[in-house]
Design a protein around this ligand. Sequence first.
Ligand code: DHB
Length: 385
Amino acid sequence: MQRRTWIALALAVALPLPALAQDAVKIGLILPMTGPFASTGRQIDAAVKLYLAQNGSSVAGKKVEIILKDDASVADTTRRIAQELVVNDKVTVLAGFGLTPLALATAPIATQSKTPMVVMAAATSSITEASPYIVRTSFTLPQVTLGIAEWASKNGLKKVATLVTDYGPGIDAEKTFKERFTLNGGEVVTDVRVPLRNPDFAPFLQRVRDSGAQALFTFVPSGVGSALMKQFAERGLDKAGIRLIATGDVTDDDILNDMGEVAVGVVTSHHYSAAHKSPANQKFVEAFGKANKGMRPNFMAVGGYDGMRVILEGLKATKGAGGDALLAAMKGQVFESPRGPVLIDAQTRDIVQDVYIRKVERVNGQLYNVEIETQKSVKDPAKSK
Ligand code: DHB
């Protein structure tokens, strides 16, 4: 070993550097970076990095350190990682949570350790009730489903079939759609649920085809929409004149452009489209693409980007302190997101946001969810009853 290296090593051992370690604020970011929902992790990770690159990675003189961990969308893994991040790494915030079961598995750890937990993706309505330390920057399925249910009735649909993924968000979507559509005089002629893991849509789509429905309302999680669309066309549902309507999870911007002709004309409701016309969004989409080989941000990316905003502004207000002070500083934040104006409701800790009715169209040769109507400041309806 060279003499200089020895000196460096000796200094490193001799000089305690607690100042460095203590002056970092750690954020434990748990995402599915591998497995079937890796696109959610990839989008959120990229958005978190972009937010820090644009806004600086220190607050109140402390460096913000992101500890990214892959849970491969397995709830037991999420729980174990969260425990380690809190106990060993002493993180100030837990963030991420790509699917509902992963958020629910972590909620008790947030409560016990009084660690604010920012849900950037998962969207079952009840998640925020699982811990008073949860703040959500994504959306809820009831929040985005009402719009398309209203649209269906207003646009002459009378008989609709539903197909949802069989877990929290799918059940929220099915329930919300049914309630609102039947309230407006519509009929749900068949309701099918497909498994979360390895769904084969064919038999379910056949049932929809045989049901006499004029349209299919559907929810599947981010990334899964391509397979559904493909089988919708292969089973000839489009040729049979059955319309597809959905939440925007299905026409996810991450995969929409590869769906082809079958997607054109699909109407959805959702809180984010990469085609949202605002200077803030244009800047976001451009910067995101530039930093990620042309990748288009989807609604998961926006949940991650805004989640970082809520965390860093909260930390600024507390001068880097966590716990109850940080939680309080996250509640009530109002800001302009790439999706539009948003508020973190101080009572529910859920995000209040505009929801858009969109139609898939070709714009300059690319498929986009083009916004055609706006519902202003929509709260999660499941909590405002
Ligand atoms: C959830 C996951 C998704 O990918 C999505 O689009 C909506 C909800 C969830 O598990 O909560």
